[in-house]
Design a protein. Structure first.
Length: 569
């Protein structure tokens, strides 16, 4: 193939063409040509260097496609009502949710972000419309009852439109640190045990009920940061049942829904309410027990255990039995995981090292200085014991393994002696580490089914990690100062989690095999490009998409993003 630039003279005028020549039957022939114009036309085109603008397309369009399929904007507007002027509440909430998934910003920054995305070209709304005040006014339209109604409708749409399965659900909670001052009178933001070790800050707590597969949220509840998990569990049981009933998924018999939750949630009183067959029709459970409350189960010798499924869980052993738990006979499965035991022992070993350092410091303080010079300040026996007790409290897992003694000599000199109790260490390794006690009302399930159900909690733990990831679907920082605004903010974040979960589910069904963060980064690489014409010309801007990799092209097609592409508008 040969492509050439040639000049033709027609009626004393010279014109330029781009041609392609090939040999046809052994002779050179022009098989393609394109008219380029006169020389001055070519010069003008070469001098007209275009500038380009780039905007976000792929990730934003993918989340918008999911939200559109759910009808999220219309659902919010149905319950929120109309604003006095401006953009609807539904569109503002939709924009906030999309932003949370793709590139979390404060409400003051969302407008500037929106201006650099495909949404401005799709919606045609000026970026100056999306101010903090507009979002705050929209949030004022949503009280707790409306948020629950919206969440129910969105969950129903997810089930209907995406075929979400609700036969197995996972329940768990977490909390988020805030920067609200102590003087703020919030009832939601309180001091409590923070799971990110930020006990210096006030926090707000959140529980989620999600599908075991894909962690699609069906119910959330925002509650004060100082409320213990069992109290919240007792309070939300009725909400859980009502939500599932309103979704028309609560059945009986073989259609019973299994809810998975860990040992930190139920107490005897609230678990009895949950498991009461007259109150919890259609609900089954898989949960765990605190080992120290059931020593007869926790201390079973490993010789009683058997392998479960070496292909799925290499090295995992189990022992099953029946026992009366909370007044009712249940199926109990005790598991031993060598990897878990190893990790637990590593943690205890670190605490042992800390205790060694602390005790070494105390011994050095109590020893006489070189030359026999007596210290002016003496450490009393009582203060030495208090010091050791503080060390043991700070390292509570390793503390019971330490044998120690504080003695006072005739001259008043305090001495400390200690050693590790090898018998207790052996018992710990052989009887306690690596064990988890599971129980369920599925009396006919085998060990593998119970274990697989309980391990599905990992999907919700992944969701909580995602909600604390500053890049995508994050909750913090919370730039709101009233309980009502905080509730709406977290509800929007849960909507964002639902959109993200459904998007990732769609991508995986289309063959995508990497993580969610990688998915968002891959989609973000699909950019929109606006080629701007030279100043002073009448040419229109040309809008196109950036070149896509094969992986991006597959996602572009499977997620239906062509509907938002420039050529289709």
């Amino acid at each position: 193939m040969a492509v050439s630039l040639i000049r033709k003279t027609v009626r004393n005028h010279q014109y330029w063409y781009l041609i392609e020549s090939r040999r046809v039957h052994g002779k050179p022939r022009i098989v393609w040509q394109r008219y380029l114009g006169k020389a001055e036309d070519l010069a003008r085109k070469l001098q007209a260097v275009r500038e380009s603008e780039v905007y976000e397309f792929g990730a934003v369009a993918a989340v918008l496609a999911v939200a559109t399929r759910l009808g999220l904007e219309a659902i919010v507007d149905r319950y929120a009502g109309k604003r006095r002027q401006g953009v609807s509440v539904g569109r503002l909430i939709l924009l906030a949710a999309i932003n949370r998934v793709v590139s979390p910003k404060s409400k003051a920054q969302v407008g500037a972000w929106y201006d650099q995305t495909v949404l401005r070209r799709l919606w045609g709304i000026p970026a100056t419309t999306f101010t903090s005040q507009a979002f705050w006014e929209a949030m004022d339209h949503l009280d707790e009852a409306k948020l629950q109604a919206i969440e129910t409708e969105v969950a129903r749409a997810a089930i209907d439109q995406f075929g979400i399965m609700v036969t197995a659900l996972v329940y768990d909670g977490t909390n988020f640190a805030t920067y609200l001052s102590t003087a703020n009178p919030s009832e939601l933001v309180r001091r409590g045990h923070n799971k990110q070790k930020r006990n210096d800050l006030r926090q707000v707590s959140l529980v989620l009920l999600t599908t075991a597969e894909d962690h699609v949220p069906l119910l959330h509840d925002t509650y004060p940061g100082n409320v213990p998990d069992p109290i919240e569990f007792a309070r939300i049981v009725d909400k859980m049942r009502q939500r599932l009933d309103s979704l028309a998924v609560l059945g009986g018999g073989s259609d019973r829904i299994t809810v998975v939750f860990d040992k930190g949630n139920p107490s005897k009183a609230n678990f009895t309410t949950f498991a009461d067959p007259t109150q919890a029709a259609g609900l089954s459970f898989v949960s765990s027990l605190v080992p120290r409350h059931h020593p007869d189960l926790a201390y079973r010798p490993l010789t009683d255990f058997h392998p479960v499924d070496d292909e799925r869980w290499p090295g995992l052993l189990a022992f099953s039995t029946e026992k009366k738990v909370y007044g009712t006979t249940r199926r109990v499965v005790i598991t031993y995981n060598p990897a878990l035991a190893e990790g637990q022992w590593r943690g205890i070993s670190l605490q042992q090292a800390k205790l060694e350092v602390g005790l070494g410091t105390l011994v050095e303080r109590l020893s006489s200085p070189p030359g026999g010079v007596v210290r002016r300040r003496k450490t009393s026996r009582e203060s030495a014991e208090r010091y050791i007790q503080r060390l043991l409290t700070a390292n509570r897992e390793a503390g019971p393994l330490l044998a120690w003694q504080v003695a006072e000599g005739d001259a008043g000199q305090v001495r400390v002696s200690y050693h590790w109790d090898e018998a207790k260490i052996a018992e710990l390794k052989n009887r306690r580490l690596g064990r988890t006690i599971l129980f369920t009302d599925h009396m006919d399930w085998d060990d593998a089914s119970v274990i697989a159900a309980y391990r599905s909690q990992g999907t919700l733990e992944n969701a909580f990690r995602q909600m604390k990831d500053p890049r995508f679907v994050t909750v913090t920082p919370i730039f709101h100062w009233t309980d009502q605004k905080i509730r709406v903010h977290i509800a929007v974040c849960v909507m964002a989690l639902l959109l993200a979960s459904l998007l990732y589910r769609e991508a995986r069904q289309a063959g995508y095999d990497q993580g969610f963060d990688a998915l968002m980064e891959t989609l973000a690489g699909i950019r929109g490009v606006v080629d701007l014409p030279p100043e002073g010309t009448r040419e229109r801007p040309r809008i196109r998409l950036s070149k896509r990799t094969p992986e991006q092209e597959q996602l572009f097609v499977s997620l239906g993003l062509s509907r938002f592409a420039p050529a289709s508008r």
